[in-house]
Design a protein around this ligand. Structure first.
Ligand code: AMP
Length: 279
């Protein structure tokens, strides 16, 4: 496994790789969720690249950019074990040249849910992902359904900008009790960790109601809210039942929906989601 730091090093290392190349963009502090993307890329591609970069432009003011957990030696060990070919750990300067002033913006899909709560977040994501795509000149890129809106936004961007890249979205990997794996779970103290299961419970409860015939978006939304509000350590930021394509909030009867939520446990903001009516 080759580990490179500069863009020049990346470009020359890339020329040794077989096609198709699969890229897994990450912010590091890797867990089984990230590794599931790597494993999928290994199955489908002749070579696999991973980027590890805590992208400052996708963090808002007062968010956890400085505190974001990092452990590069461990990350590299895990990637080596997975048989990754190339890892890029770029410097800020390589990704954002001095005086850089170019942004990639997906206009509509980013107005809701995470985009509404985290202004500028998706502008940072789409810009950095475009740069990673350009740097790696990848054939495929792997993203997690854990960040459902991010996956949709990137698929939209790739389509809109005619990028010759196939986007593969992989299922959410969960801890044994159902908590979606996240680098941010490391922030939770033991009581918060125990309480964090409430996101999965709320989604599971709504999914069960849907399975049993409940089709009213408002009822499903309120049922998720009630489950979360039952957990004293949890504070809801939003709970959504949305159209899975447009992300518009659903009203009345639904056949398909993206259930999603952002919930605080103390200062830690967790997100989770589940698709209804889609195999
Ligand atoms: P991050 O390092 O948080 O930027 O995540 C990098 C990639 O891993 C993104 O495409 C995430 O959606 C994906 N990812 C993070 N957590 C999970 C998970 N629990 N299951 C599947 N994919 C995940």
């Amino acid at each position: 496994m080759k580990v490179v730091l500069t863009l020049d090093e990346l470009r020359s290392a890339k020329s040794d790789l077989l096609s198709p190349l699969g890229l897994v963009p990450t912010m590091g502090f890797l867990h089984e969720g990230h590794l599931s993307l790597v494993k999928q890329a290994k199955v489908e591609c002749k070579s696999v690249g991973v980027s590890i970069f805590v992208n400052p432009t996708q963090f808002g003011e007062g968010e956890d950019l400085e505190a974001y957990p990092r452990d590069l030696p461990r990350d590299l060990r895990l990637l080596e074990e997975e048989g990754v070919d190339l890892v890029w750990v770029p410097t800020i300067e390589d990704v954002y040249p001095t005086d850089s002033q170019t942004w990639v913006v997906v206009e509509e899909l980013t107005k809701r849910l995470e985009g509404e709560q985290r202004p500028g977040h998706f502008r940072g994501v789409t810009t950095v992902v475009t740069k990673l795509f350009n740097a790696f000149q990848t054939d495929r890129a792997y993203f997690g359904q854990k960040d459902a809106q991010q996956a949709l936004v990137i698929q939209r961007m790739v389509k809109d900008l005619l990028l010759p890249i196939e986007i593969v979205v992989c299922p959410i990997v969960r801890e044994e009790d159902g908590l979606a794996m996240s680098s941010r779970n490391a922030y939770l103290n033991p009581e918060q960790r125990r309480a964090a299961i409430v996101l999965h419970h709320a989604l599971g409860d709504a999914a069960e109601r849907f399975k049993n015939g409940e089709r009213d978006a408002g009822v499903l939304r309120r049922s998720m809210l009630a489950v979360i509000q039952d957990e004293p350590l949890a504070r809801v930021q939003y709970v959504s039942v949305a159209d899975p394509d447009t992300l518009e909030e659903a009203q009345g009867e639904i056949q398909r929906a993206l259930l999603s939520m952002a919930v605080y446990l103390g200062d830690t903001r967790l997100i989770d989601n589940e698709m209804l009516g889609i195999d």
